[in-house]
Design a protein around this ligand. Structure first.
Ligand SMILES: *Cc1c(COP(=O)(O)O)cnc(C)c1O
Length: 387
């Protein structure tokens, strides 16, 4: 997750350019003052082209993007929305903010949605399914889409961590009915805060856009002050400074992906012979955005020990097991206690398959700037610890 590694002169120049050309920080209006330059519009065009989607909408952050998509699908209070146990807390917050009930599937060894459990969790109330492509690795989209189709349920890809990742040749985020990306500080490219919606469905795109902009229809024949509205909305718009930084970061994305993929496969090659670790299952290894290498050890005690020995050697771990509280639904009783369905229940027990997998997993962050000797030293340390 390395957009932050490459923030530099290009982003600074892009921001300065906003001020040099009129200083209009708002994405709409003041056409002459801004010399007709619309950076958020341009970012939307370029992302759509890059991921091969028909429509793209940039918003203030990825959490807002998830919510706007759920609203576009018509999610109402009392509906059920299914997502997976291993995700960032934002996925569940977006569901909760629509008044819907979060239904959680277990993950399998891909650490993404377990299609077998998905099938069991579908009810008459299920409105949307949200698979998450965690740490740049695609979920099992063929299986998930087949189940959704059979039950006629919409699918929203939480591709917040997987901009540029692919699954069987398609960009993550563009396989289902709608998809979102995040450009927060931890993501493939970053605008500090930033969210993106992609879809090939014009009416879903329009609904999400209108919701995120006070219901504005953006009628080209009317000035903004007299614009028409048909739905109620909210304000989740992106501003021009984010658009400017996003354009500069997008130019670096292919380099980011290339370096991460090289570094991850170099490290993985050096670890292949260690028999006491088992790598995370990758549904499409070639498409991996490759910002994290995850493996399993025998059990949770061993994982704790392994991670603390890595830390002693100055090697950080990411998400697992360090920051599991941010990424595992089993630890979010502050949310689930709001629902009669979950109140007072032992969540880690409820999603035991997930607990067992996550608690025995270790995640090594893969960076863009990772010299060969750094990769070598991580591999050496891991070998020593494994023995
Ligand atoms: C980062 C993230 C989000 C939310 O994005 P923000 O831009 O931080 O609001 C949603 N889902 C997942 C899986 C994420 O990693």
């Amino acid at each position: 997750m390395p957009g932050w590694e490459l923030i530099g002169e290009e982003e600074r120049a892009a921001v300065n350019d906003v001020f040099d050309k009129g200083g209009v920080l708002y994405r709409y209006g003041l056409d002459a003052k801004r010399q007709k330059i619309f950076r958020v519009d341009e970012l939307e065009k370029q992302i759509a082209k890059r991921v091969n989607a028909k429509y793209c909408q940039c918003l203030c952050n990825g959490t807002a993007a998830l919510k706007a998509c759920l609203i576009a699908f018509g999610v109402k209070p009392g509906d059920e929305v299914i997502t997976q146990s291993f995700t960032f807390i934002a996925t569940v917050e977006a569901i909760q903010d629509c008044g819907a009930i979060p239904i959680i599937t277990d993950i399998d060894e891909s650490l993404n949605m377990d299609p077998k459990d998905l099938e069991k969790k579908i009810t008459k109330k299920t409105k949307v399914i949200i698979p998450v492509h965690m740490a740049g690795v695609a979920a099992k989209m063929d299986e998930i889409m087949a189940i959704a189709k059979k039950h006629n349920i919409a699918v929203l890809e939480d591709s917040a961590q997987a901009l540029g990742a692919t699954y069987k040749g398609m960009n993550c985020g563009t396989i289902a009915d709608m998809g979102i990306y995040s450009m927060d500080i931890g993501k493939v490219i970053t605008t500090g805060e930033g969210g993106v919606i992609v879809t090939n469905d014009e009416s879903l795109w329009k609904k999400a856009r209108e919701y995120s902009d006070h219901g504005h229809e953006c009628n080209p024949n009317l000035p903004r002050g007299r614009d028409t509205r048909t739905i109620s909305g909210f304000n989740y718009k992106m501003m021009e400074l984010q658009g400017a930084v996003g354009l500069a970061q997008l130019k670096k994305m292919d380099y980011i992906l290339k370096k991460q993929r090289e570094n991850k496969s170099a490290l993985k090659r050096k670890l292949k012979h260690i028999s006491s670790i088992r790598f995370r299952e990758l549904p499409d290894e070639a498409g991996d955005a490759a910002d994290t290498l995850i493996f399993f050890v025998q059990n949770k005690e061993k994982a704790k020990e392994f991670a603390s020995k890595l830390a002693e050697k100055g090697i950080g771990t990411k998400n697992l097991p360090d920051a599991i509280d941010w990424h595992y639904a089993g630890t979010w009783s502050h949310i689930f206690n709001d629902y009669a369905e979950y109140k007072g229940r032992n969540l880690e027990q409820l999603w035991k398959q997930s607990t067992d997998l996550l608690r025995s997993a270790i995640a090594i962050p893969i960076l863009v700037n990772m010299e060969p000797d750094k990769i070598e030293s991580i591999a050496k340390s891991m070998e020593e610890i494994a023995q």
